[in-house]
Design a protein around this ligand. Structure first.
Ligand SMILES: C[S@@+](CC[C@H](N)C(=O)[O-])C[C@H]1O[C@@H](n2cnc3c(N)ncnc32)[C@H](O)[C@@H]1O
Length: 313
């Protein structure tokens, strides 16, 4: 291990706002923070930009960043201490064990910030929005609590939509381009280290906010597995098309010259409804897109109709 990492690992041991693989935590979080307040988790927090950013924005809530990498946590924890944020803390542990740390109802909200999309076939179970993880979260989330996913991965976004639909979660917000669509700009423009790296090269940031159903039904797992959810980037799955799960590049979607994944008109026709997201090839006259955007998109579509070169449509 490098010298810098060793120094950081030693440093977090003395930080009052960091816990490493703690024991006997359920029900005690109120006393870890300066005040007992509603608790939000940032899972896969890395350097904890969201934990710190939200901690500044919402002093009446507590924020706990969780990651296994102590040298990354060091950065966020040091910042929080320097800023005197008594409502921000960090826990170094494996997220796979997250349910052992909280009592039922102890957590009010979860943020998943650029978690690894786990693109390889067979790695879908490691995605932090896989139903197995959602079941862990459900053990300690308050009823109706929201889970927020921010990602640059079209695959993780599509996979999560599939999970939401298949298991009957409630979709609260779905942005396929945060910086083009978001109406909560302050919350969503907190920039993380991985957001800046643009590893997926999708040219956009996706955001999903959803709530869990009362039961994440194990009887639905087999059909979910059969749906080929381990698919990688060129072999993706989209929630509303659960019966036709394998999307084909060139038929159902294509990539624009800027690298955006664009769903075709054929895809939308098979889907059968306007999703309200203002898709480029919407055949439903954008009926579910709110004004004034709807009129603007209709004008754009009409202007393009004679000169369109996008293939396929
Ligand atoms: C792609 S990085 C994102 C970090 C940060 N949220 C950002 O946006 O810059 C994913 C993070 O998840 C953490 N991670 C992945 N799997 C984990 C696990 N099972 N338990 C704890 N942390 C995990 C990694 O250590 C890494 O810091």
């Amino acid at each position: 291990m490098g010298q810098k990492k060793l120094i950081r690992f030693a440093a977090i041991k003395s930080f009052s706002n960091v816990l490493e693989y703690p024991e006997n935590m359920p029900g005690t979080w109120g006393s870890f923070f300066a005040s007992a307040q509603p608790l939000t988790l940032e899972l896969a927090c890395g350097k904890g930009e969201y934990a710190v950013g939200l901690g500044q924005m919402f002093p009446k809530r507590n924020f706990l960043g969780v990651d296994v990498k102590g040298n990354r946590i060091f950065i966020g924890a040091k910042r929080a201490l320097a800023m005197g944020l008594g409502n921000v803390g960090f826990m170094r542990t494996q997220i796979d064990r997250i349910d052992q740390y909280f009592a039922p109802g102890e957590v009010a909200e979860i943020w998943l910030t650029f978690p690894d999309p786990q693109l390889r076939t067979g790695h879908a179970r490691k995605r932090l929005t896989h139903p197995n993880f959602l079941r862990r979260y459900q053990r300690f989330l308050q009823p109706g609590a929201c889970i927020n996913l921010k990602t640059d991965s079209p695959v993780l976004h599509a996979f999560t939509l599939l999970v939401i639909e298949h298991y009957g979660c409630s979709l609260v917000t779905n942005y396929t381009n945060v910086y083009g669509e978001a109406t909560e700009p302050e919350l969503l423009t907190i920039q993380t280290h991985y957001e800046g790296l643009d590893i997926a090269q999708s040219g956009r940031i996706f955001y999903l906010r959803f709530q869990l159903p009362d039961v994440i039904d194990a009887a639905k797992d087999e059909a979910f597995k059969q749906a080929g959810v381990g698919a990688g980037a060129g072999n993706t799955s989209i929630g509303s098309r659960f019966m036709k799960v394998q999307l084909k590049e060139g038929e159902d979607y294509y990539y624009s010259p800027e690298g955006y994944m664009v769903l075709t008109e054929k895809y939308h026709l098979e889907r059968g409804v306007c999703c309200g997201n203002g898709c480029r090839h919407c055949p439903y006259a954008y009926v579910r897109v709110p004004e004034p955007r709807k009129s603007h998109l209709l004008q754009q579509q009409a202007a393009k109709s004679d000169t369109r070169t996008d293939k396929p449509v």
